[in-house]
Design a protein around this ligand. Structure first.
Ligand SMILES: Nc1nc2c(c(=O)[nH]1)N[C@H]1C(S)=C(S)[C@@H](COP(=O)(O)O)O[C@H]1N2
Ligand SMILES: [Mo]
Length: 259
């Protein structure tokens, strides 16, 4: 007697299907999956999905990525600090990155800038840049890690984001904090990371007002998260229980994005 594969799997070339699905997803997840040397059988076992073609393989991989979000959130230690560095180690010049080139860097006018704070907060209102600058400021030298394969050390200054959230009366039992930027960028983070002591509502770079290329007038800097989770040129912050996604996250990048 021969034991045959399930009928629906028999006709597909497992390696090719997984390879094609991996090609479609983002690099960090791909690297993770490749390290585990994932096979078609392993993937369907892991997810309980019948994998018959590239689409079902991609869906299965995405469900692993969402599971990975949960594991990362669970493993995240809200008190553990990311490494900090001496100023002599700052990368000069610090790289620029965005979904567009340097010729399209957004220019925001400081005087007319307003930050909108909404959602599950007691004090829903807009903030001027001067009001943000009037809050107590701290500095930190940390490493920014981009999924495109580079990292760089920089010095950012601004307001502790947890103090800002408390100041606006945010419901810190909510799941997400979402961000909308002056360009078409948007992203969102888990509340535990929002409250992490190194998460910074950033107003300065290297002791000077944040230059346009690094997100003037304000960005969020989190040394515990990959580059794409750090929104520049923020114009709106909202606290919510509804999953807000993100610019790259909605194209398959892992949402938690821990570094
Ligand atoms: N508004 C906005 N924020 C953004 C991006 C963007 O395109 N627009 N790109 C992200 C990515 S992928 C990276 S690596 C960092 C780059 O920040 P830097 O220019 O300060 O190095 O910004 C992040 N935040
Ligand atoms: Mo990035």
């Amino acid at each position: 007697m021969t034991i045959s594969k399930p009928a629906r799997l028999a006709s597909v070339d497992g390696d090719a299907v997984v390879k094609e699905a991996l090609r479609r997803i983002d690099r960090p997840s791909r690297r993770l999956f490749l390290q585990r040397s994932l096979t078609l059988g392993g993937l369907s076992l892991l997810t309980g999905c019948a994998i018959v073609d590239e689409d079902s393989a991609e869906r299965a991989l995405m469900s692993v990525s969402r599971f990975n979000d949960k594991v990362q959130a669970w493993l995240f230690d809200p008190t553990r600090l990311a490494p900090t560095y001496p100023e002599a180690m700052i990368t000069r010049p610090f790289p620029f990155n965005a979904y567009y080139g340097e010729d399209e860097i957004r220019q925001v006018d400081a005087d007319s800038y307003r930050l909108e704070v909404s959602g599950m907060v007691a004090d829903r209102r807009v903030w001027t840049l001067a009001e943000l600058q009037a809050m107590p400021q701290i500095d930190q030298v940390t490493r920014h890690i981009c999924v495109e394969g580079w990292s760089a050390i920089g010095k950012w200054g601004g307001v502790s984001f947890s103090s800002f959230l408390r100041r606006v009366g945010a419901d810190t039992s909510a799941k997400y904090v979402g961000f909308k930027c002056v360009d078409d960028y948007y992203t969102s983070i888990d509340m535990a990371t929002a409250l992490h002591p190194q998460t910074l509502l950033t107003l300065s770079y290297d002791g000077r007002p944040l230059p346009p290329r690094y997100g003037f007038p304000m960005k969020l800097r989190m040394p515990t998260k990959l580059g794409y989770k750090n929104p520049k040129h923020i114009q709106a912050i909202f606290v919510t229980n509804t999953y807000p996604g993100g610019y790259w996250e909605d194209q398959g990048y892992n949402w938690f994005g821990g570094s």
